[in-house]
Every structure is written in C-alpha cells, then in structure tokens.
Ligand binder design. Structure first.
Ligand code: ZN
Ligand code: ZN
Length: 478
C-alpha cells in the first residue's frame, strides 16, 4: 500500500459531489481501439482497463491518460489480458503510482508474460520499423511494478478505494469480477458505490466456446452499463450454429490437406489459439481432420500450457483435454517462417490475428497469398485497416497493398472466414441490456455503425433507457 497518501479534497466536498457519477471514455479513437474507462463514483476514482490501440503506433496508441491526469485514481482494474485492454498498464501505473491494480486470479497468471512480450515486440518494431518512441516501457520497469498487482477470484467483492478516503467518509465502494467467457481470466466488472452501481462488460461471450463456457452474467443488474459493441454491425444469419461452422471448417481443412496445400489460421496468442487448437484436437480425435503436427508461436505455446495447467480453475468444457498432449505442437522459429517448404499439407495456428507487421502470420501470409494451393482461414475479427482485414476483404485476383513492409500483392490463395467468435452476438447483448435494466447505457469497443445499431435497437426496444456514445476524452455525467 505504500506510505499514507495526502488526501486532495475537491474544492467543496458537497453531498451532491459525493453522489455524482462521471465516466470518461479514454479510447483515443472512435473505433474499437484501446479500452480504458475512467469512473468517478461518489468521490472515488477507478480506471477500468488500460489498453493500447492495435492500429496506432507509439504514444498515439495510448489511452488519453492526460485527460485524467488531475483526477484521483484509487485503483486500476483490468478485465482481461488482451493488448487492447492491458497493453498500456505500465503507463497507467506511471500516471497513478498509488493506485492498486486489480484483476482476476487467472489474469494475474498471464499478465506478466503478456506485458514482457509486448516489450519484446516494441523493441523489434523500433529496430525493424524505426518507431523511435518504442519501447514505451521496459522489462525492468515491469519487474518493478508486478508486486502491486492483485489477483481475485470471480464473484468476490473487493474494496478498492484508498483507505484514507474510506476513513474520511467517502464511502467504501467495491468491485466484483464476473466471468465473461471471452478468454482465460476474462471478466466483466461490477462496481458498487453507496447509492449506485455500474457494470462494465469488458469483452464478453454469451455462448459456450470450445473450451470456455459462456459468460456468467445471469444475476447482473446495474444503474449504469458500459458495454462492448464489437459485433453490432453483424447480424446472426438464420440457421447459424457454431457446430455447423466447425463442420464447415473441418471440411475446408481436409480439402486443403488433400491437395497438399498449407493452412494458415491467424489468431491471438491468448484465447483464439487455444480455442482453435481444442477444436482441431477434437476433429482429429473424431477422424474428421487427419492427424498431423500443428505449428504454433512461442507465446501461443506458453498460454496453451497455462490453459492446460489451470483447467481446474477455469469454467470450461473438456476439462481433461490437455492440448499439449492431444496435439503434436511444434513451435515455429523465424528461420522456418522464412524458409520452410509450403507443400505437403501443414497447419499453422500463429499470431497475430490481424496479421500486423513483424508477426509470423504476416510473414507466412506474404509467402502464401500469391499461391493458389494455399489457404488462409480467419476465425475472428480483423480490423479492415490491418493487413488481415485487407486480405479478408479481397477477392481472388485482386492486387492490393498488404502492408508497408510487405508491399503490393496479388491474391491467388483461398481465403475463408469462419465465424467462431469470442464476442457476444448483437442479439445476445441486446437481451442482456434488458436483463441489466440500467437507466443509462454507454456504448464502446465498436465501430461507428456497430454503435449506431445498438443505439437505435436499444431505444426501440427499451425506450426508457438513455443511450450514450461517449466521445473520446469527454466527461459524461450519468
Ligand atoms: Zn479481448
Ligand atoms: Zn477487446
């Protein structure tokens, strides 16, 4: 906890001040971007998430921490260990060194590796892409801060305000992590003040995935709801089932292997990798995909081990499916990415999901795009302005700039999109709004058309609920 801190009271501590609630969306952009929400609740300040923007470089990728520089931030709570939610945590800590840093137990086991890896990536980008601002933090700085991290079980109420504030009568707000079913350790956050409650969904999935079970948000009710809207611009087609999609994936993989082509599945190292590996393991066990090695990235391999080891702690299916045993996993090295022969049928499940530069997926894709025997299968979201997004949108024979370092390519390979998302459908999220019965909903973590769909749909279905799309950096009274 450190030495007792001096309390800086607001100019006049009035009753209304203590009862007010303000929220600031700190995402520097109006798209999915970097997640970070400042909540001022009844005299206490909480930062929820501290992400980085996947499409921006250097300091431009950071949340708008300057906007809240003068605020009192008592605690920082993290929903999960994806970069768009946790990537700038060390910077947030630099701004608010006295704030406790809270997360779920499972995130606690992942976060060090995620952040150390991101230092390595930034160093590489500095050397190879000339981004001089990188790294934004160092390995040493990380090692110095880890002791203030705290990991909590799901559904345990935790006090988070500074002790002196509680004593000074600011009340003693709590927070509680609810399993969000999105990736290992993911959570929605319930914040309870004396008079009011706020629920922040983080990234959420309301349906079972292959490993992780659906979110456990059944009992959630709150006065204010902050909600992700990733899939607001994508309706669920009639008759769609995840099982049907898996079947389609199995047939597509088998088709490519039979013609001796390779399959690249770009994924995030945490979550997507393990869900796809589990699916492949089950398909191989069922004889639907022929048994063979799977090439993965080093960090993906580490997280896969943690998924296996922590199987007892996660709310998951197939608890006895140990991925590292069920599959022959081979960690790809840089040399293989450049030189390995792309024939004879191989499966690559490698980062990054959006094929950002200097990743295995980017470099392998460059080798595969012009070759009609090869296949690239997307299984998750790719922003349209990333190499992965551009490839996904392309048609056979299209010539386009893949990335600044990759240059112009002509697409001859097969590209398919399989909807095996880790995000809630918009229909499920709309139902969830009805369950929570908030007086106000704040929409974030989505493109403009996605947020507009939610705004209109919520107003139509729940006319009494106020809907806000908070602009970056603007303080909203709720
Ligand atoms: Zn996520
Ligand atoms: Zn996210």
């Amino acid at each position: 906890m450190g030495p007792p801190r001096k309390l800086v009271f607001p100019p006049s501590v009035t009753k209304s001040y203590l009862l007010c609630m303000r929220i600031i969306n700190l995402n520097p952009d109006t798209d999915i971007g970097a997640s970070a929400w400042f909540l001022h609740l009844e005299g206490n300040g909480l930062l929820m998430d501290a992400g980085t923007h996947p499409k921006r470089e250097g300091r431009a990728s950071l949340p708008l921490y300057d906007v809240i520089r003068k605020e009192d931030v008592d605690a920082i709570a993290v929903t999960h260990c994806h970069h768009d939610h946790v990537g700038s945590l060390p910077l947030a800590h630099r701004f608010f060194p006295k704030a406790h840093i809270l997360m779920t137990e499972l995130s606690y086991l992942l976060v060090e590796r995620v952040l150390h890896n991101s230092v390595n990536v930034m160093i590489r980008q500095k050397e190879e892409l000339g981004i001089t601002e990188y790294p934004l933090y160092s390995h040493h700085e990380l090692d110095e801060m880890f002791h203030i991290f705290q990991g909590f079980r799901y559904n345990r109420e935790v006090e988070w305000a500074a002790v002196q504030k509680i004593q000074a009568g600011f009340g003693s707000p709590t927070l509680e992590f609810f399993d969000a079913g999105h990736a290992l350790g993911s959570a929605g956050i319930m914040v309870r003040g004396q008079k009011q409650t706020v629920f922040y969904t983080g990234d959420v999935c309301f349906r079972d995935q292959t490993i992780l079970r659906a979110a456990q948000f059944r009992d959630v009710k709150a006065d204010v709801l902050i909600m992700e809207t990733t899939r607001g611009n994508r309706g669920t087609p009639p008759g769609f089932t995840r099982e049907g999609e898996v079947e389609r994936l199995a047939q597509a993989i088998q088709r490519v292997l039979e013609r001796k082509g390779c399959i690249l599945i770009p994924v995030f190292a945490l979550g997507r990798t393990q869900e796809i590996l589990a699916q492949l393991a089950l398909l191989m066990r069922a004889g639907k995909v022929q048994k063979q090695p799977i090439y993965i990235g080093g960090l993906g391999r580490v997280f896969t081990e943690i998924y296996d080891i922590e199987a007892h702690r996660a709310n998951r299916q197939h608890t006895n499916l140990k991925l590292t045993e069920a599959l022959n996993l081979i960690v790809l090295d840089k040399d293989q990415i450049e030189k390995m022969k792309l024939s004879g049928g191989r499966i690559f499940v490698v980062t990054a999901g959006m094929m950002s530069e200097k990743t295995a997926a980017h470099d392998l894709a460059l080798r595969m795009i012009g070759d009609e025997r090869q296949s690239i299968f997307f299984v998750g979201y790719a922003d349209p302005e990333t190499p992965g997004g551009r490839l996904k949108a392309s048609k056979p024979g299209d010539t386009f700039v893949f990335s600044p370092s990759g240059g112009e390519v002509t697409r001859r390979c097969e590209v398919e999109d399989f909807d095996l998302t880790a995000h809630a459908s918009r229909e499920d999220l709309l139902d969830f709004v009805g369950q929570v019965e908030p007086r106000t909903v704040l929409l974030g973590h989505g493109e403009l058309p996605a947020r507009l769909w939610f705004e209109e749909s919520i107003k139509q279905r729940y006319p009494k609920i106020r809907v806000i799309q908070p602009a970056p950096g603007l303080s909203v009274e709720v």
